[in-house]
Design a protein around this ligand. Structure first.
Ligand code: NI
Length: 163
């Protein structure tokens, strides 16, 4: 198991557009394994390669139904909308309200470069949109309605105790 350092908002790597993956080299395979390890260790539901400093079009997602590895993902269809809380490992302890499609159809390649289509609703749809945004250099904070709020209980306790 190898963990990678998650880049925090303000790091310029999070604002850049990622390049397509043409071939799953041993290095890319290792990156994907490390991204999964890093996501699970941080208890996130998704992670995009730029969040570990690599400008490639790769995302991993697990909303509780096992991991999806998506290489060069393209969202082909969306339907409906959902408004809810969203956070990001690149902005720990914070969340905000974001409206996303309630249904997403995405086409991508797996770690063997086999093409697949995945349909998701609710949290999975939200995660797909959020992670695909990362590949364009977009953080969810640019889509937040209202203010960000604290989610980290330790942080909230610390703030309370200062009063
Ligand atoms: Ni994120």
């Amino acid at each position: 198991m190898a963990l990678r350092q998650v880049r925090i908002m303000g790091d310029p790597v999070l604002e850049k557009k990622c390049r397509e993956v043409k071939e799953v080299t041993p290095k890319i395979r290792e990156l994907i394994e490390d991204m999964l390890d890093t996501m699970y260790e941080a208890q996130g539901v998704g992670l995009a390669a730029p969040q570990v400093g690599v400008l490639r079009r790769i995302v991993v997602i697990d909303v509780g139904e096992g991991p999806y590895v998506m290489i060069n993902p393209v969202i082909e269809a969306t339907e409906g909308s959902q408004t809810g809380s969203e956070g990001c490992l690149s902005l720990p302890g914070q969340a905000g309200t974001v409206t996303r499609p309630n249904y997403v159809k995405v086409r991508a390649f797996d770690e063997n470069m086999d093409e697949f289509v995945l349909e998701g609703t609710e949290l999975l749809a939200r995660a797909i949109c959020h992670e695909c945004d990362h590949l364009e250099g977009i953080m969810y904070v640019s889509k937040v309605e209202g203010d960000l709020y604290d989610t980290d209980p330790d942080l909230i306790d610390a703030e309370d105790s200062e009063e």
